[in-house]
Design a protein around this ligand. Structure first.
Ligand code: GTP
Ligand code: MG
Length: 197
């Protein structure tokens, strides 16, 4: 797949703001600062389609990006942002549940995990939740430029185990900085879209 066209179609905090549920969607979930927005920019080859920030909690809305007029990538707000107020955290859960549980076009939620660290308790919970809704199977290991080749293999195995991935589940290392790994992820997107044809 080559992404030729990418546009922000909607920014939502509630279902009435979602675009029409008429396309396949692939969403990105993960803790704040893991690199969701950076990954979107990498895949679409755009410097600032999605806002990237050094301070966590940047994306607080559900952002729908229309890709090649064929499917959508949905950038979900990050979790585990310690400074977020209680009311914001509660609002987050409700907002995520509404989207994940009702969206007909949603095929898979790519769970992003920082390749340097063991998944957090919330990462594990999120992945279990995705498994329950059959939206699991695709993990993206971000910031691969920060580890050596040896650590990459070691940490990939460690994260697969911590999330209890099945042998057929994918865990794909990527680096937005070095611009590596995205072809593997795009190939995965092709496969997901192909299943619907
Ligand atoms: P929220 O919107 O807060 O949920 O964060 P996010 O998951 O969208 O993360 P974002 O893409 O804004 O990136 C967070 C920080 O990590 C930024 O400082 C990025 O430059 C950095 N970052 C993202 N991807 C990579 C990567 O592949 N390598 C390195 N070294 N840094 C990265
Ligand atoms: Mg973001």
């Amino acid at each position: 797949m080559i992404i030729k066209k990418a546009e922000l179609e909607a920014v939502a905090v509630k279902p009435s703001q979602y675009p029409e549920d008429n396309m396949i969607e692939i969403a990105f979930a993960g803790r704040s600062n893991v690199g969701k927005s950076s990954l979107l920019n990498l895949l679409t080859n755009r410097k600032s389609l999605a806002r990237v920030s050094g301070s966590p909690g940047k994306t607080r809305t559900i952002n729908f990006y229309r890709i090649n007029d064929e499917f959508r990538i949905v950038d979900l707000p990050g979790y585990g942002y310690a400074k977020a107020s209680k009311s914001l955290t509660e609002g987050w859960g409700e907002m995520m549940e509404k989207y994940l549980e009702t969206r007909q076009g949603l095929r898979v939620v790519a769970q992003l995990v920082d390749i340097r660290h063991a998944p957090s308790k919330q990462d594990v919970q999120m992945y279990e939740y995705l498994r329950y809704y059959a939206l699991d199977g695709l993990v993206v290991l971000t910031k691969a430029d920060k580890v050596s080749r040896n650590e990459l293999n070691k940490n990939t195995a460690m994260i697969r185990k911590a999330l209890d991935l099945k042998p057929e589940d994918r865990a794909i290392p990527v680096s937005a900085l070095k611009r590596t790994g995205y072809e593997n992820l795009l190939a995965e997107f092709d496969r997901i879209l192909e299943e619907d044809r």
